[in-house]
Design a protein around this ligand. Structure first.
Ligand code: PGA
Length: 251
């Protein structure tokens, strides 16, 4: 089994209260007890309401905390209901998910996303930049065109590539229990790496897979060496499922 660094990133979405810290606590204990941590990076992206509380409780070097989206404006401003990257960084966020299809659906355009990426980079947040095609785009064989546009229209060669990780999340696989065919997935991950190399002057960027990852199907992804890790939604809301995903990946 590979010794390359793999990311296991949980996306809690709109889930959790203070008491949900017990989930993170169990994952933390698993990390503490497991010997092989040098090749794994574990991140939990939780709602903003929990970041401060969790980051104070989590005195752990095994797990990092992240947030989910932010306003494009830096610092403070007259934006009712919004939170900036600066504010998220201040309360313990090290990572941030941007470009998730659920946010694109609610109005995150390519241009808005570029501004959000800039403000997150200014705060030195690590960005998990989600891209992916819808089912109808896939059926029309537009996957590559869509992914290229999502990358090119929001990212620029001026950006610090070390702070950007891609997450390939086909929209049709999110929360549906459907996953891509392994050969197709391998080709798509390679395509994303090739396209990002064009922008970032031959630098190797990490590409994760996300969409219905669970303890049962995780084994099927281990054969794709090009995948640098996983963005896990629903299954990250259970410590058992999240831990089983990690364990089964290395079985
Ligand atoms: P899922 O979500 O694992 O529940 O399909 C993944 C995501 O939306 O990041």
């Amino acid at each position: 089994m590979t010794n390359k660094l793999k990311y296991f990133i949980g996306n809690w979405k709109m889930f959790g209260v203070f008491n949900s810290f017990k989930i993170i606590n169990k994952i933390n204990k698993y990390c503490y007890n497991s010997r092989n941590l040098h090749n794994k990076k574990i991140v939990l992206c939780v709602p903003n309401t929990l970041l401060d509380f969790f980051s104070k409780k989590l005195k752990s070097k095994y797990i990092s905390l992240g947030s989910q989206s932010c306003h494009y404006h830096e610092g403070y401003g007259p934006f009712t209901g919004s939170v900036s990257a600066f504010m998220l960084k201040k309360i313990g966020s090290e990572y941030i998910i941007l470009g998730h299809s659920e946010n694109r659906r609610e109005g995150d355009t390519y241009d808005l996303l570029r501004k959000k990426v800039i403000s997150a980079l200014n705060q030195k947040l690590n960005i998990i930049f989600c891209i992916g095609e819808t089912l109808s785009e896939k059926n029309k064989k537009k996957t590559h065109n869509i992914l290229r546009k999502q990358i090119k229209d929001s990212l620029s060669k001026k950006f610090n590539y070390k702070k950007i990780i891609f997450a390939y999340e086909p929209v049709w696989s999110i929360g549906t229990n459907k996953i891509p065919k392994i050969n197709e997935l391998r080709e798509t991950i390679k395509f994303i790496k090739k396209e990002s190399k064009k922008i970032f002057k031959n630098k190797n960027l990490k590409v994760l897979y996300g969409g219905s990852v669970n303890p049962k199907n995780i084994r099927s992804f281990s054969s794709v060496a090009e995948i640098d890790g996983f963005l896990i939604g629903g299954a990250s809301q259970s410590s058992k499922k999240f831990i089983d995903i990690i364990k089964n990946y290395y079985k």
